[in-house]
Design a binder for this molecule. Structure first.
Ligand SMILES: Cc1cc2nc3c(=O)[nH]c(=O)nc-3n(C[C@H](O)[C@H](O)[C@H](O)COP(=O)(O)OP(=O)(O)OC[C@H]3O[C@@H](n4cnc5c(N)ncnc54)[C@H](O)[C@@H]3O)c2cc1C
Length: 469
């Protein structure tokens, strides 16, 4: 990168927060997405305030340099890789946390991880009850940008449902505030839907192409103290699906519901069974692992009794292995990290949503693909929000074997088309949805028009709409 530009940027943040060293750039050429090719940026900068971010973006605009915002770098679909080089703006120095106890909200800087926020809120008997399973490393802002979810989501939905407002640096360098904080006289964040259309939503799930979030305000809840952990067995997928539906219909406070096939459970037990103290068991064809939580013990007990009754009315049975859901919940800030990397595998993931009532259609497609392409893989997912199920099948490969990797890429494309055909929708938009699903063309053309309007020089994460994998 031209030394003059490096100097201009260093003048904004200070020499120590800018680097063009190859070893540093190499660190920012990759992410946790083990199945995607890396790419080197030309410069990494670590601003310390919203104003500094805005000043850097203005320079990038002037010289038409691509910009990739980066927080934890834990996203899994290659989105944070600076495909076209340019500047990586790393936001981890934005660490402020401001609690608005009376407004039941908290504002955090873009560099605050879920782990840090949870530790802070715990001191006040509070939490944000949605935990991506990379919580120790990923930021709240980064999760909003990819529209994430995790333990807690079976009740509260994706992280989008928690958001009350944002501070955003637009691709042109202007700064806007959304939600109640758009009024500088407001006591803090207390309402998302103000000032007309929901501009906050434009940035949720945007993968950073519309602006750089520098602060984010989210709802807080009183921390639950009472939990019921249990496992429920079923002979058919339809019974297990109906169980999930009935739990929701009866307002059982389902913090986390996962549905597993017996064969997948055997696989998980190999990875985490011993560590979680789960006894050996001949798992039935379908198991629902359920965590019920409440701030009040009596309501928790009543919900637990209701769950058992619903299960038995559906001819299911209570397995009574609480160690499994308890392990999932207590380890919620990192379960997936441990499970996914347990054997040192490389993998690709295909995030999407369907409804729990159609869970088996998606599972059938995933297994069909694994057979068709001859790939090692697993199904995975959990209930998210009102009537949705968040799927993230893993496709494993050996990175040293190019043929194996090609097969996984081909299956990825095939599976996106197939799950779309059975009614699934993208969760965490990724370039392969743009390329491989023609039914989304009109929608995506509108997104492209908006991008052009907001980012005339196409500097901010230009690869997102590039249609490449
Ligand atoms: C082991 C493991 C477990 C995971 N489990 C879950 C899970 O349970 N649920 C889940 O949802 N995800 C999960 N993920 C995926 C990942 O952790 C999340 O997507 C996470 O929220 C990404 O946050 P981040 O701070 O690391 O963002 P990054 O990876 O740094 O960035 C993600 C995207 O957002 C953009 N971006 C980053 N910060 C900003 C910003 N401030 N403003 C604008 N754009 C920005 C980047 O350019 C990129 O496109 C998991 C990942 C791993 C490795």
């Amino acid at each position: 990168m031209d030394k003059k530009i490096v100097k201009e940027i260093a003048a904004i943040v200070g020499e120590e927060y800018v680097s063009t060293r190859q070893d540093v750039l190499l660190t920012y050429s990759q992410s946790a997405s083990t199945g995607f090719d890396g790419a080197m940026p030309d410069l990494v900068v670590k601003p310390g305030s919203t104003e500094e971010v805005a000043a850097i973006v203005k320079i990038a605009n002037r010289y038409k340099i691509p910009v990739t915002p980066r927080s934890g770098g834990t996203s899994l679909q290659g989105e944070v890789i600076p495909k076209y080089g340019g500047i990586v703006i790393e936001l981890l120095r934005l660490k402020e946390i401001t609690l608005f106890e009376d407004l039941r909200s908290v504002r955090v800087g873009a560099g605050v991880t879920f782990g840090q926020l949870d530790k802070f809120l715990n001191q006040h008997g509070l939490w944000v009850p949605v935990y991506p399973e990379s919580s120790l490393a990923c930021t709240v802002a980064g999760n909003v940008v990819v529209n994430g979810a995790g333990p807690g989501s079976s009740k509260y939905g994706s992280i989008a449902e928690m958001v009350l407002g944002l501070t955003v640096v637009l691709p042109t360098g202007e700064i806007i505030k959304t939600g109640a904080e758009g009024n500088p006289n407001a006591p803090g964040p207390y309402l998302r839907y103000s000032f007309g259309p929901d501009i906050t939503g434009l940035f949720i799930g945007s993968l950073g192409m519309f602006g750089i979030i520098t602060t984010i305000s989210v709802k807080t809840y009183k921390r639950m103290q009472f939990f019921d952990y249990n496992t429920y067995g079923f002979e058919t997928a339809e019974q297990a699906e109906r169980f999930i539906h009935e739990l929701k219909q009866n307002d059982v406070n389902t913090l986390f519901i996962s549905l597993y096939e017996g064969q997948i459970l055997d696989f998980f037990m190999e990875m985490l069974g011993e560590e979680y103290g789960i006894p050996k068991y001949d798992w039935p064809p379908y198991t629902v692992s359920l965590i019920i939580g409440h701030v009040r013990k009596d309501v928790m007990q009543s919900d637990a009794a209701m769950a058992r009754e619903i299960c038995e009315n559906l001819d299911g049975f209570v397995i009574n292995i609480p160690e499994f859901p308890r392990g999932e919940w207590e380890d919620r800030l990192r379960t997936f990290a441990r499970a996914s990397y347990a054997h040192g595998w490389h993998w690709r993931i295909l995030y999407h949503h369907h409804t729990p009532m159609h869970w088996h259609y998606v599972i059938e497609k995933i297994w069909e693909g694994l057979d068709k392409f001859g790939i090692l893989g697993q199904t995975a997912g959990f209930a998210t929000g009102h009537a949705s199920f968040n799927f993230y099948p893993h496709l494993y490969f050996d990175p040293a074997d190019k043929e194996d990797e090609e097969k996984v890429r081909a299956m990825h494309t095939w599976l996106a088309e197939q799950v779309f055909k059975v009614g699934a929708v993208p969760f965490k938009i990724a370039p392969y949805w743009f390329k491989d699903v023609p039914e989304m063309t009109d929608y995506l053309n509108l997104v492209k028009r908006m991008k052009k309007e907001m980012d005339p020089n196409n500097i901010l994460n230009p690869h997102i709409l590039g249609g490449e994998e």
